[in-house]
Design a protein around this ligand. Structure first.
Ligand SMILES: Nc1ncnc2c1ncn2[C@@H]1O[C@H](COP(=O)(O)OP(=O)(O)O)[C@@H](O)[C@H]1O
Ligand SMILES: [Mg+2]
Length: 301
């Protein structure tokens, strides 16, 4: 508290604003340095992303603690999705994207030759804004990843050879659906097509599908923004529970949601800059940056 007061007093009265209405200020390193106890689950250093000539992320460094919820907030176009996609090299799929810098997951550099991207995306799963279940049964959606990776073998041949993993699949599907707070609602219709579920159920199924390959980190890009308030509340509760076992990094443009669900909050502002990063209570109650305060209080964005 007192720290923030002091730094506010020592900040010169902000007069000029940018074209987007943001106060001009020089970002201080201390605003975005956050001391993580223990080894960070994800350590980002000097990350820069260009799309052609567009510099979408500028010198972002950020340590993300394990088994907690880290929220990424900021106005549209400030680079939140770009940042999230860097954490499991999804930006590799975008031709125009050039990525410089370092990202370590569990202490291992993911931007180096020889990294197995399939393995990486098992460790760092992703859930998108619009639920995207496969047009398959609920069961097959959950067991899809483990089967693809060869962790479950339920083929007819295996069954004939007596190496059937059907029981293991049964247990895995149930466990993942339970962990995604969906099991009770679908237990009696696991063979039904997933597309028949409500939007909120589909999103929880996508979370169950992501959990099935046993990730360490779960990335979520506005996972509730396409859902009604009741479905949103379920996803919010679920995120809190998941953080007991996983490192959750969630983009949201809903500030109340970030304040409710996260342990740490990172605020990105126009130009792809990480401006402030710290404990969620501190960022929302006594932000160091005038621009972050203006953003949080709804003065722009
Ligand atoms: N696939 C892409 N190709 C080119 N430019 C992109 C692409 N994705 C994002 N951008 C640009 O990068 C900037 C950041 O976008 P994005 O990461 O989607 O922001 P946010 O998720 O915060 O809204 C924007 O200027 C956007 O136009
Ligand atoms: Mg986005």
């Amino acid at each position: 508290m007192s720290n923030a007061d002091v730094s506010h007093q020592s900040t010169p009265a902000p007069a000029s604003t940018t074209t987007t209405g943001e106060t001009e200020e020089t970002v201080r390193e201390s605003w975005r340095t956050y001391d993580v106890t223990g080894e960070p689950a994800v350590a980002v250093e000097d990350l820069n992303v260009h799309y052609g000539d567009d510099h979408a992320l500028k010198d972002v460094s950020m340590d993300i603690p394990e088994e907690s919820v880290t929220a990424l907030i900021g106005p549209s176009g400030c680079g939140k999705s770009t940042f999230l996609r860097c954490l499991n090299r999804m930006n590799d799929r975008i031709k125009a994207a050039r990525i410089d810098g370092s990202v370590e997951v569990g202490g291992e550099e993911i931007y180096q030759d020889g990294v197995d991207l399939v393995e990486l995306r098992k460790r760092v799963g992703m859930v998108f804004q619009a639920p995207n279940p496969f047009p398959k049964s609920i069961r097959e959606n959950v067991s899809y990843g483990p089967r693809k990776h060869g962790d479950l073998d339920t083929s007819l041949l295996s069954r004939l050879l007596g190496r059937d993993d059907a029981e293991a699949e049964e247990a895995l599907v149930e466990q993942c659906l339970r962990d995604a707070a969906l099991y009770e609602e679908v237990a009696d219709r696991l063979e039904d097509n997933a597309l028949g579920l409500s939007g909120g159920q589909q999103q929880r199924l996508c979370i169950a599908r992501a959990l099935a390959v046993d990730p360490d980190v779960l990335l979520m890009d506005e996972p509730a923004s396409a859902l009604d308030p009741i479905a949103t509340a379920k996803i919010e509760d679920l995120i809190g529970e998941l953080a007991e076992d996983y490192t959750v990094v969630v983009v949201t443009h809903n500030m109340q949601q970030a304040a409710r669900i996260s342990d740490q909050t990172a605020v990105f502002l126009t130009g792809g800059e990480l401006v402030e990063y710290g404990d969620t209570d501190q960022v929302f109650e006594s932000p160091e940056s005038q621009r972050v305060e203006d953003y949080i209080t709804g003065k722009f964005g």
